[in-house]
Design a protein around this ligand. Structure first.
Ligand code: NAD
Length: 382
């Protein structure tokens, strides 16, 4: 059986990659870009730094973290008025996902819910060139965007070639300014992508190679980047690891952690990486019996188990490490984050339904029932 792998047409990786944006535009035959970003990127001077390497370019800087459909309207209107031939997304996953959605809505119209799974959006939008500033989502290399439906608080998963950037400029220097909390949340997101891609039922030899390499880069450097944000070698490893993890999961799918994480994010406004982190140890413990060898490989790739460790030992070491990582990176429990317990419990059936509807749990090595998902959510409060 063959597998299809999809990737951005161009990947520019390393220190200063973002300054190559002018040449990248030229090689794509684009000359009228709209930069899509958030206010922090303007404040940090990143937008100006990128504009210095471009023909005169307009900026839309009103994207919001964890984008909702209503937050995209201003961007869609700008695209419709402006005759732009490409969009340059500068920022974390939120501006990149916003740009992907604006690209499709700007070209084809409609509501974002028209484009959510199970529909696959393969029609080309306005080309997106992604310049990530977090080492996290991998959105610069994925055929995915995640947009919340304001009307029902559903974080909608949208998939297809139409959401794949044509180029990604992966410049770790842009992550040196990330504060520790965002470094931790986005770094655990990337690690979760790599683990879930590797244990996914849709994994294949190509995605395995990307995922294992990503784990080897991310796991030993996450604590370093969190405690010492100026550590360039750690930042470089995290950035490359996040992009490789994005390539892995975009082609192998994520699984139960992500399926359960989106409803927590949508209903309780928990940053995406943080809700993944809250779930990762419990979901891993639940899933290990169905894929002991695969999870043992993860522990070895992360450098926390040796080649001589039996799979069962490596599995235990993996669980211990995921718990220790959450402690050291100060990942709060749902209660400590301030989530209202009664509301959380009242929403459990809806959250389980949304998780299953996203399709991600079906990629998990152990496929959960709605009841299993409810129990896993409840276990976060034990
Ligand atoms: P983000 O883009 O929401 O950014 C978080 C915060 O960090 C923002 O306030 C931002 O301004 C700030 N920030 C970003 N880069 C910075 C830098 N270099 N220095 C200082 N501050 C900086 O965070 P994220 O985790 O990258 O993205 C989360 C979004 O990505 C969610 O909506 C999630 O659902 C989505 N996501 C998408 C994919 C995909 O494949 N499309 C995968 C995973 C997650």
């Amino acid at each position: 059986m063959s597998q299809q792998i999809v990737l951005p047409r161009l990947l520019q990786i390393g220190a200063g990659a973002s300054t190559q944006v002018g040449q990248i535009l030229q090689s794509l035959g684009c000359s009228r870009p709209l930069i899509i970003t958030d206010p922090m990127m303007v404040k940090l001077g990143y937008v100006e730094r990128i504009q210095a390497h471009l023909p005169p370019s307009d900026v839309y800087a009103d994207t919001v973290p964890e984008p909702t459909e209503s937050s995209l309207r201003g961007g869609v209107a700008r695209v419709r008025q402006g005759h732009y031939d490409c969009l340059i997304a500068v920022g974390g996953g939120s501006p990149i996902d916003s740009a992907k959605a604006i690209s499709i809505l700007g070209k084809y119209g409609g509501r974002m819910r028209d484009y959510k799974v199970p529909r696959i959006v393969n029609e080309p939008g306005i080309p997106v060139i992604a310049i990530p500033t977090t080492a996290g989502t991998g959105s610069e290399a994925t055929r995915v965007t995640v947009i919340t439906d304001d009307e029902c608080d559903e974080k909608m998963l949208c998939l297809g070639l139409g959401f794949l950037p044509v180029a990604a400029l992966v410049d770790y220097e842009l992550t040196l300014s990330l504060p520790p909390r965002t470094t931790a949340d986005t770094g655990i997101d990337a690690l979760t992508h790599a683990i879930e891609a590797y244990v996914s039922r849709k994994a294949n030899p190509y995605t395995d190679a990307q995922a294992l390499q990503a784990m080897g880069l991310l796991a030993p450097n996450l604590r370093k980047a969190f405690h010492h944000g100026e550590d360039r070698a750690a930042r470089e490893a995290m950035m490359l690891g996040a992009t490789l993890a994005g390539i892995a999961f975009s082609n192998a799918s994520v699984a139960l952690v992500h399926g359960m994480s989106r409803p927590i994010g949508a209903f309780f406004h928990v940053p995406h990486g943080l809700s993944n982190a809250m779930l990762l140890p419990a979901v891993t413990a639940y899933s290990i019996p169905a894929a002991t060898a695969r999870y043992a490989d993860c522990a070895r790739a992360m450098g926390i188990a040796g080649a001589s460790d039996a799979d069962a030992t490596a599995n235990q070491k993996l669980l211990a490490e995921l718990i220790a990582l959450n402690t050291e990176l100060q990942v709060p429990t749902p209660a400590a984050f301030g989530i209202d317990r009664a509301r959380f419990f009242s929403l459990l059936p809806v959250m389980a339904e949304q998780a299953l509807a996203s399709g991600s749990p079906a990629n998990n090595p152990r496929i959960p029932s709605a009841e299993d998902i409810v129990q896993l959510y409840q276990s976060l409060w034990d």
